[in-house]
Design a protein around this ligand. Structure first.
Ligand code: ATP
Ligand code: MG
Length: 693
């Protein structure tokens, strides 16, 4: 009999089997057989994983030897909180101490960065490495493109973003360049040789500058884990490795897990193939489907079939949508959460009306006692929330936006962070170049010259101090160099150095921006955020990997007990749930998005995106269908407002699952586009558009 709390009694038999798997006689031995929990949305996978971690700890597993991999840092923190709550039922007060020791909970990238710093000396990496976000990576790719002479405008060489995307896909999918080009970038195939040279130079540049990009965190980790002299030690560090949202991992991530636990012992993964929505980042649903057979004996499989999240009508509609998918492993779910309220399919005239409709409903819900935090608005792409953000601001409704344009992407914040990065790693050329370009009188050529000299020197900061000031830079050059030298020497120390960096930056801020005062407030907010981190290195790493969310409030992130509405891309809403969910732009062209190439695989993934969106809702779900919407594609007419049709994923046969209505009830102008409320049998409009797909 294992030690258990009342917590086991709340689980259903399958969940309980997953939680207790490999725990014998009240002991959690370090090497139970591999376990796969595969089940649909809201069936309690994440909850089961939290219970399993708590159960392992309660039964004697060492929390410092548990590696818990989640999809975001927010999800890791939430998981740790849940584990503590569950474990405290048995351990009481001491549960907090135990779960505080659960230090290896985070994302693949975050954990990778930490392990790489630990092992840096053994793998020839300088532990002071800095991490490039996507924008920095694209800048570096661009720099290398120029250096190699590939970027002349008439040559039509792929743009920096495309180059980076191709490179990233090769790395994450562990696939050869030719294959990636053939499958996803056929129009670039003529450049195979040049791209290969470019990527070689890009890799060299990163190594010279001691920077890692996002992909490197996984790539270096997997290489390190496969190294025989390190593999055993690394794998031996963790008794249990548990992964949530396994359907969205890529080949590289699965090879990391396999290198850590070659026989799968102690490995638990959970996921849902019907929610696989990250193939654009080379995630592959094969990982989850092929998981059991990788091991001998094969992994234990637990499936869950009861949904605890959504009311019956919402679940039925979501099931109906995913049932039309061409391929799927997990079965449909059932629930006993009856409700009379069907999900709503709401026709509105345009995105302006859509915004007004949503705000009105959200406020009505609040009137009826549902806080803003229990509601969320989801959309396919970050910019779709523009009109809604305006309307919310106008009506004074606070909101937080997940997965959107980040506070950290603002130029002034990036400038100050570049200062910290350059101090941390003076070989980081993208950071150095950015800073020197702020100085009046320092052009790109002189900046490159200085960076070259730093690069060739054994002591780059020493070299920087000795470089004569570029002729027209004068005092500003000295102020810059002195600040770097001071921060590098450790005065005034962390986190006060951020204030020092701001003091250095302020004259530039005032010279460059009319709204310097607001921007300065952002920088002060950055200092407050920095106060929560123990070191510059930790701050830079975590901020780059998982930046804070954007908010409606100029003063920054709302306090925990404040009430605010969540705005999120569907991708960032993964794993979460709200009482009431609104999905914007449920039209063809948005879901499925018209930005892809329109292959069957891509369209199928978009169907899963809609499934993920719908299954976030507990009690109330509104899918909004504007009859006219703004497109980023340039249509032949030149008018970027196009008439839209309801998403093809809700064909007429499924309309009975929904309550259909238009808003405003009596439209002042009749929409001229195809009306979705009519039960069209053949959607000619969609066919016509399809001819051009
Ligand atoms: P997703 O696929 O969206 O990630 P999931 O399968 O991870 O969903 P959870 O988020 O773990 O599902 O659980 C969904 C909801 O169901 C949560 O509110 C959770 O507390 C609740 N739940 C899970 N299991 C049970 C149970 N045995 N009894 C009551 N509620 C449960
Ligand atoms: Mg989950």
């Amino acid at each position: 009999m294992s030690i258990s709390g009342g917590y086991l009694d709340k689980l259903n038999p399958q969940q309980r089997r997953a939680v207790e798997h490999g725990v014998n006689d009240g002991r959690a031995p370090p090497s139970p057989r591999p376990l796969l929990v595969i089940a649909g949305a809201g069936s309690g996978k994440t909850n089961t994983l939290a219970h399993r971690v708590a159960h392992l700890i309660v039964n004697g597993a060492d929390p410092r030897r548990i590696l818990l991999l989640t999809f975001s840092r927010r999800a890791a923190a939430e998981m740790a909180r849940r584990v503590e709550r569950i474990a405290s039922q048995v351990l009481g007060q001491s549960a907090g101490v135990m779960t505080d020791a659960l230090t290896w909970a985070g994302t693949f990238h975050g954990i990778g960065a930490r392990l790489l710093r630990d092992y840096a000396p053994e793998i020839g990496l300088d532990p002071a490495f800095t991490i490039h976000d996507r924008e920095d990576s694209a800048d570096l790719m661009n720099l290398v493109r120029h250096e190699r002479g590939f970027s002349s405008t008439e040559s039509r060489f792929p743009a920096k973003g495309t180059c980076l995307a191709i490179y990233s896909r090769c790395v994450n999918a562990e696939t050869a360049l030719e294959e990636v080009l053939r499958a996803s970038y056929p129009w670039c195939a003529g450049w195979t040789t040049e791209l290969r040279q470019l990527f070689a130079s890009y890799v060299e540049a990163k190594q010279r500058q001691n920077v890692l990009d996002y992909d490197d965190l996984l790539l270096y980790w997997s290489q390190m884990a496969a190294e025989p002299s390190i593999a055993a030690e690394l794998g031996g560090r963790f008794d249990h490795v548990l992964v949530d949202e396994y359907q969205d991992t890529n080949r590289l991530q699965s090879s990391i897990l396999l290198a850590l636990k070659p026989d799968g012992q102690g490995l638990t993964v959970v996921g849902d193939d019907a929610q696989s929505i990250y193939s654009f980042r080379a995630a592959t649903v094969r990982n989850i489907l092929d998981f059991p057979a990788q091991f001998s004996p094969p992994a234990e499989i637990v499936t869950l079939d009861r949904n605890y999240r959504s009311s019956q009508p919402i679940l039925a509609a979501a099931n109906a949508v995913i049932e039309l998918a061409s391929e799927r492993f997990t079965k449909n779910l059932w629930t006993d959460r009856t409700s009379a309220e069907r999900p709503q399919l709401v026709a509105v005239r345009d995105e302006g009306d859509q915004a007004r409709y949503v705000v009105e409903q959200v406020l009505a819900n609040r009137e009826n006692g549902m806080s803003l935090k229990q509601q969320a608005v989801l959309f396919r792409t970050s910019h779709h929330s523009g009109p809604l953000e305006v309307e919310l601001t106008r009506r004074n409704v606070p909101f937080v936006k997940f997965g959107g344009l980040k506070f950290l992407d603002a130029a002034h914040v990036k400038d100050v962070l570049a200062m910290l990065r350059f101090v941390q790693n003076p070989r980081d050329r993208v950071a150095g170049f950015r800073l020197m370009q702020l100085l009046p009188g320092v052009g790109p050529t002189s900046a490159q010259r200085v960076l070259d000299r730093m690069h060739d020197a054994a002591d780059p900061i020493g070299a920087l101090l000795e470089v004569p000031s570029p002729p027209r830079a004068g005092d500003e050059w000295h102020r810059f160099v002195d600040t770097i030298a001071q921060l590098r020497a450790g005065t005034p120390g962390w986190p006060a150095e951020l204030e020092q960096a701001r003091t250095w930056y302020e004259p530039h801020l005032e010279r460059m921006h009319d709204d310097a005062a607001t921007r300065k407030a952002d920088l002060i907010q950055l200092e407050q955020i920095a106060g929560g981190y123990t070191s510059r290195e930790r701050f830079l790493t975590e901020l780059t990997l998982d930046p804070p969310d954007a908010t409606s409030d100029q003063a920054g992130v709302p306090l925990r007990d404040e009430d605010y509405l969540i705005l999120s891309t569907i991708h960032s809403a993964k794993g979460q749930e709200w009482k009431s969910v609104f999905v914007l732009n449920v039209v063809d062209g948005c879901i499925p998005s018209d930005l892809g190439t329109g292959t069957t695989a891509e369209i199928e993934e978009e169907r899963r995106v809609l499934y993920v969106a719908m299954t976030r809702a507990k009690d109330s779900l509104h899918l909004v269908v504007p009859q006219r919407f703004f497109t980023h594609q340039q249509p032949a007419t030149g008018d970027r407002h196009v008439y839209a049709a309801r998403t093809r994923f809700i064909p007429s046969a499924l309309l009975k699952q929904f309550e259909k209505r238009s808003w405003p009830l009596v439209a002042p102008e009749q929409p001229t586009g195809p009306s979705f409320t009519r039960d069209v049998r053949i959607d000619i409009g969609a066919k016509m558009r399809g001819m051009w797909r």
